[in-house]
Design a protein around this ligand. Sequence first.
Ligand code: TXA
Ligand code: MG
Length: 337
Amino acid sequence: METRIIDYFAAKSVGDAAELLRRGETVAFPTETVYGLGANALDPGAVARIYAAKGRPSDNPLIVHIADTAQADELAEVSDLARQLMAAFWPGPLTLVLPARPCIPRIVTGGLDTVGIRMPAHPAALLMLREAGVPVAAPSANLSGRPSPTTADHVWEDLSGRIPLIINGGAAISGLESTVLDLTSPVPAILRPGVITAEALAPFIPGISEETRLPDGGVARAPGMKYRHYAPKAQVILCRPQDIYDTYCRTLQQFFAAGNTEPKIAVLATMQGLTGMAKAEHCFLLGENPEEAAQNLFAALRWTDEINADLVLAESFPEKGVGIALMNRLKKAAKAL
Ligand code: TXA
Ligand code: MG
């Protein structure tokens, strides 16, 4: 299959995407979090194409993307709390898990009786969804086992030849997948941390925390969490910015001692973490703050695989604000979660 890539400000891109979606095809599109691979959520055959293109198991539920809140009522039972959260955070990086209406095919929910819904904030996504006139099921537009794509190039790397169209809407501004909030559990639970934090949700849900303890003593988990989240080929070590230089020197010595005289040690860090590293060859500047690091993290992880790094040293961040979601993805990359 030939894959076309069109800039989103080319008006035609949105029209072409909408037409493909209505015909039951898949389209990769930009959102403010990561790029999604979408198909008509009400057409099981179209949704099956998503799983085929990604090589992803089909029992992992998909998020349904919509362009206006009225559409949510057609897809799910919307509580007063859900309505308040939509008014406060949509369009934006918050997925609400709600009781699904029967119109949602099982292939979308992975057989659950709930459905995750969100309204993305990227103008191209909103225009495409409005024009298509159908809700769009979309996971991140990466091959299964690769990091979520934050640019159209990442999507191209993974899916060219497998899907008909990629809309290029530039680099994703937040760079981490949406916060998934389950409103169907006994107490509302954050299933996946994102840039909308427990602190931001607390005015609506007093007492909510990032790791919700359920009444049975367990910790809430999204079904998708059972699949290995992306981790680079090389081992990842997390270190505080002030420890990166020493860790670099120590691990370099270990490679030398083991007979590897030219190890590729990839360092992913802010300016602060890169202090003293001017001579290190494989450094990736994550940015100046946790927000920029979140934007660049998935690109950085892809790069460590591209250069065939032997080891990755990644800066750790304080777990507050966006740092919570950032550390969640970093710990998964380091297989520490
Ligand atoms: O930012 C995002 O959410 C991106 C963009 C494209 O919108 N999408 C995304 O989709 O990250 P995906 O499929 O890679 O991750 C969806 C997550 C999974 O962890 C899945 O288990 C959870 O949402 N999820 C979806 N529906 C659910 C449901 N009904 N109940 C519990 N968790 C659900
Ligand atoms: Mg994903």
